[in-house]
Ligand binder design. Structure first.
Ligand code: ARG
Length: 464
């Protein structure tokens, strides 16, 4: 192992063991190994293509790299701390396998452009997987929405009953948030899929390399135009962490609603047994651990975004070791978002049973039809503000009399304003109140039906 000393003859002693441990990233950047191998294969092929090495040498390098891939997959390649990082680990093993020719792999390359390449290859794959997960979640949302077009649920502002809604309309709000997440990730992908390979340590290389050739092999859309920018840019990671944070905001908001809905106080939803947890002491408890965990995990993703911004803000060009700190947060954000999306999709698909009876009573036992009384008068020519004041008065007297608006007699309505007629009762029934909000994007049933159809269409396009 001592032979694995990496540094040039310039150094007379090995790094202090405590500092070697401190410096090493192998414990976490091993996550990048498959991308490192793929990047190295493309680099070796490019070196042969441009005549920097012989084709036979490239073949040896590529075969050696693929052997390392097999060893890693079989579990027999487990580099330790003495390798410092995944890049050195692979290079050392390559030399063990193919001999001295292995030492040619690092021609016209630096670990700086190498790690940038690996991270981008990793992230672009993760982005595509997360986008697929978003589509799966959206599909479940739409299925539930479709089955609940006419299920009513109280709508809130300030967490006070405001106006009743179609449950489908409520769920579609999340569909649209996730649609923006899907689109945003597509945008991040564009700026992630750019090759820094061949930027060298910072200034390019003296060898006649072809950066477009290796970029093509790796299916990058473009190459960085400036070598300094190429090796030190982490904007794509920051952008991803922003997009990931917003996904978590959306999942967390939804989680909060599910937690409320499942409470005794709301009782809008029953959590099915396979998606809820119990208490170790209170036998009656059924806890919404899944949405609580999602809400709780949101913080760490925000934290990784903040950390990455702070890492970057004072960095002079070009590579600085600070950049090694980009990985753990990024990996954790990716794993957290993927884990939360999976858990929430299962919860949504299998865990929620809406309590229709309870929802029906909920929308009928409050004053959330008050706006509709005002609208009723306004439609008959009473200026809205005047109607609004009248209805405010009747809400006050009704509360005092422990009555709901639907309990008022015709005389009481007429006393309030002569424009009231017998159709007021129908106009303020919850179903009619929802159905009447037929403006574009509103909760009226025919609008929501349209919105579901549009969303289905959109999902077909996203999935293709
Ligand atoms: N482990 C390093 C990282 O993650 C690789 C690049 C090291 N480059 C250097 N010049 N020390 O950033």
């Amino acid at each position: 192992m001592a032979e694995k000393k990496t540094w040039s003859q310039r150094f007379e002693s090995a790094l202090h063991p405590a500092l070697a441990r401190f410096n090493a990233s192998i414990n976490f950047d091993i996550e990048l190994i498959e991308y490192d191998l793929t990047g190295s294969v493309a680099h070796a092929k490019m070196l042969a293509h441009t005549g920097v090495i012989e084709p036979s040498e490239a073949e040896l390098l590529v075969n050696g790299l693929e052997q390392i891939r097999q060893e890693y997959r079989q579990g027999s390649f487990n580099p330790g701390i003495d390798s410092e990082d995944v890049h050195f680990a692979v290079e050392h093993r390559l030399v063990e396998i193919v001999g001295d020719v292995g030492k040619k792999l690092h021609t016209a390359r630096s670990r700086n452009d190498q790690v940038g390449t690996d991270t981008r290859l990793y992230l672009r794959e993760q982005i595509q997987q997360i986008r697929q997960q978003l589509i799966a979640f959206q599909t479940v949302l739409l299925d539930i929405a479709e089955n609940n077009l006419e299920t009513l649920i109280p709508g809130y502002t300030h967490l006070q009953r405001a106006q009743p809604l179609s449950l489908a309309h409520h769920l579609l709000a999340y569909y649209h948030m996730l649609q923006r997440d899907w689109e945003r990730l597509g945008d991040v992908y564009k700026r992630t899929n750019i090759s820094p390979l061949g930027c060298g340590a910072l200034a390019g290389t003296t060898f006649p390399i072809d950066r477009h050739y290796s970029a093509n092999l790796l299916e990058f859309d473009h190459v960085y135009q400036n070598s300094l920018d190429g090796v030190s840019d982490r904007d794509f990671a920051i952008e991803f962490l922003c997009a990931a944070s917003l996904i978590m905001v959306h999942l967390s908001r939804f989680s909060e609603e599910i937690i409320l809905w499942a409470s005794e106080e709301f009782s809008f939803v029953i959590l099915k047994d396979n998606c809820a947890t119990g208490s170790s002491i209170m036998p009656q408890k059924k806890n919404p651990d899944v949405p609580e965990l999602v809400r709780g995990k949101t913080g760490r993703v925000f934290g990784h975004l903040q950390a990455m911004l702070v890492i970057m803000k004072g960095l002079p060009l070009a590579y600085n070791k600070d950049l090694q700190e980009d990985k753990e947060g990024l990996f954790d954000a990716v794993n957290t978002v993927k884990g939360c999306l999976e858990a929430m999709t299962v919860l949504l698909q299998e865990g929620l049973e809406f309590r229709h009876q309870r929802l029906n009573t909920a929308v009928a036992e409050d004053f959330s039809n008050a706006t509709d009384v005002a609208d009723y008068l306004a439609a008959k020519g009473v200026p809205f503000r005047e109607a609004y004041n009248l209805v405010g008065k009747v809400v006050k007297t009704s509360i005092a009399a422990d009555k709901l608006l639907k309990d008022l007699t015709m005389e009481e309505w007429q006393h309030l304003h002569p424009a009231f007629a017998g159709d007021i009762y129908e106009a303020i029934s919850p179903r009619q109140v929802v159905s009447a909000r037929n403006s574009y994007g509103g909760t009226g049933f025919s609008q929501v039906k349209l919105a579901i159809a549009e969303a289905r269409q959109q999902l077909t396009v996203s999935s293709s």
